[in-house]
Design a protein around this ligand. Structure first.
Ligand code: G4P
Length: 526
């Protein structure tokens, strides 16, 4: 197969949702359709149950599971599908944000009874920032659900994206009879006999045919016809370009648990979802079909075994072909590295690969060479854009609790920060180390891992801050004045950039008002 065909047949995406909407179930069903697994239940839920939020072993287990499900690749109808897993727990949202830098599109799962929830809203903001194409699966139609038009209005309003239903539910809960697939003009009837059988669908081009009554009864047929007329009136026809530019989200309905509506989603997805996209670096734009290999690290995963402190760096291939045992240039470290055992992930299996194409993710064994955002090339000095750190909202001072292990602690903090577990700031006034995180659970993860992987103990001291933001200004005088006045609230990040730690929303708003020439950034990339 030519390289161009390899690129155009790849679909690399992430499934995102608020916890419990059905992401794990949908992922599993997609793998079932792709033949990558054969029985339901093979994909472990990667979420930490709410009851176990402070159970460290649970966190460790989660890490163990998520390495094998980090990327789930499978073949389906001539396409190579790569699903990039994202953590289920919202305290790990930053991991999810970073994974979203490595995908070409996303599928959002929404619970039909709950509608748009907080986590969905936040994740959508990240997609919107990058114009990531979004497809929506409204799940759990077998349960009593919100009115379909109301749901679609809610999605448009809350997620700030235009929608276009490509399937339409016939009833819900006890009255759920199936969906009409507007994309393929087929009627899919819901037969809740077995959760593992795949439903039959009937070609049904003329919705006004009398046959409809025979399948779903006269009441449901009347409602469906009325609603489909309204769909035609209310929504523009589906425009694939608008979808690919991230402005229009096609919507499907179904029940992942019952295998219902999943095949339609997948069949439409492989047709319309984008193949590997272009990437932006500080220096230039990278096209997937370029001859030379480029890629970047979007995730680092530590080995579970403390005796082997190696890690796996996950690299998204952006252009060219990645080959085993070939020298690649590590731009930040300015040196060439060769990888003898690059790994690819097919469903829950890992295997050593000889080559990987744009859209693929390779796992590289790493002994501390990589940081998130690092670039590999064939020699060109490139720096990928769009892999920001997000403004932390939880802070603590970190102190060494074992004077004999100061070195281990420093090393551990350094490496775990590279892995993206949390962010380190140094207070300008006191020189003390401050750990900032997006979710509170990271403090426990950090402490646990410092002890178990580096033999270092740490102690935290409380620090009540509202938010950290990066500041910059062209007005040097105002910037200097700000730093002087707010000296006790100033810190530097790992790159030596100025960070303002705001005590409260009020303090932040006040600072923004009083210092109009200063830009306050809530991601580290600006
Ligand atoms: P998540 O990854 O988004 O957090 O959600 P997950 O797939 O784990 O699903 C959350 C719960 O919703 C699970 O039940 C799952 O079985 C259920 N579910 C998923 N899809 C559907 C659906 O289409 N209809 C209905 N009725 N339920 C659905 P649970 O009881 O929390 O877990 P489990 O014990 O069944 O694994």
């Amino acid at each position: 197969m030519s390289e161009l065909t390899e690129i155009s047949r790849r679909r690399t995406f992430a499934i995102i949702s608020h916890p419990d909407a059905g992401k794990t179930t949908l992922t599993e069903k997609l793998l079932l359709f792709g033949g990558a697994i054969h029985v339901a239940g093979a994909v472990k839920s990667n979420k930490i149950k709410r009851t176990a939020t402070s159970d460290f072993m649970e966190i460790e287990k989660q890490r163990g599971i998520s390495v094998s499900t980090s990327v789930m690749g499978f073949e389906y109808k001539g396409r190579k599908i790569n699903i990039l897993d994202t953590p289920g727990h919202q305290d790990f949202a930053e991991d999810t944000y970073r994974t979203l830098t490595a995908v070409d599109s996303v599928v959002i799962v929404i619970d039909a009874a709950k509608g748009v929830e907080t986590q969905t809203r936040r994740l959508m903001e990240v997609c919107r920032m990058r114009n990531t194409p979004v497809m929506i699966f409204i799940n759990k139609l077998d349960r009593p659900s919100k009115d379909t038009f109301d749901l679609l209005d809610e999605v448009e309003k809350e997620l700030m994206i235009h929608v276009r239903p490509l399937s339409w539910p016939i009833g819900n809960g006890n009255t759920f009879k199936g969906v009409y697939n507007l994309y393929e003009e087929k009627l899919n009837l819901f037969k809740n006999i077995s959760k593992t059988t795949i439903e039959e669908s009937i070609e049904f081009k003329d919705i006004h045919s009398k046959e409809l009554e025979q399948h779903i009864g006269s009441d449901a047929a009347r409602v469906l016809r009325e609603e489909l007329d309204m769909v035609k009136e209310l929504y523009e026809p589906f425009d694939i370009e608008l979808y690919r530019e991230g402005h229009l989200a096609p919507v499907f309905f179904g029940s992942a648990l019952n295998n219902f509506g999943v095949r339609e989603l997948l069949d439409c997805f492989i047709e319309i979802a984008p193949s590997p996209r272009i990437f932006h670096t500080v220096e230039r734009t990278i096209h997937p079909e370029e001859e030379k290999f480029t890629g970047f690290v979007f995730k680092i995963h530590a080995n579970m075994d403390p005796n082997h402190r190696d890690r796996i760096a996950f690299v998204r291939v952006c252009s060219g072909v990645f080959r085993r045992n070939t020298n690649y240039y590590h731009v930040r470290q300015e040196k060439y590295l060769k990888f003898a055992n690059p790994t690819a992930f097919m469903a829950d299996k890992k295997s050593v690969i000889d080559e990987a194409y744009p859209g693929d993710v390779v796992g590289l064994h790493d002994t501390g060479n990589f940081k998130i955002g690092d670039t590999l090339t064939e020699g060109e000095k490139l720096h990928f854009k769009g892999i920001p750190s997000f403004a932390p909202e939880h802070f603590r001072y970190i102190e060494n609790a074992d004077p004999l292990k100061a070195k281990q602690l420093a090393k551990g903090i350094d490496q775990l920060m590279d892995e993206g577990v949390a962010q380190l700031f140094i207070s300008k006034a006191s020189g003390r180390k401050i750990i900032g995180t997006v979710g509170a659970l990271q403090f426990e993860v950090l402490q646990y891992r410092l002890l178990h992987e580096y033999g270092a103990s740490c102690r935290y001291e409380p620090l009540n801050m509202y938010k950290a933001c990066w500041i910059e200004s062209d007005n040097k005088e105002q910037l200097d004045d700000f730093i002087k006045r707010k000296y006790n609230y100033m810190a530097t990040d790992k790159h030596g950039r100025n960070v303002f730690l705001a005590e409260s929303a009020y303090a932040l708003a006040n600072a923004q008002e009083k210092f109009p020439d200063i830009k306050f950034h809530f991601t580290s990339e600006f």
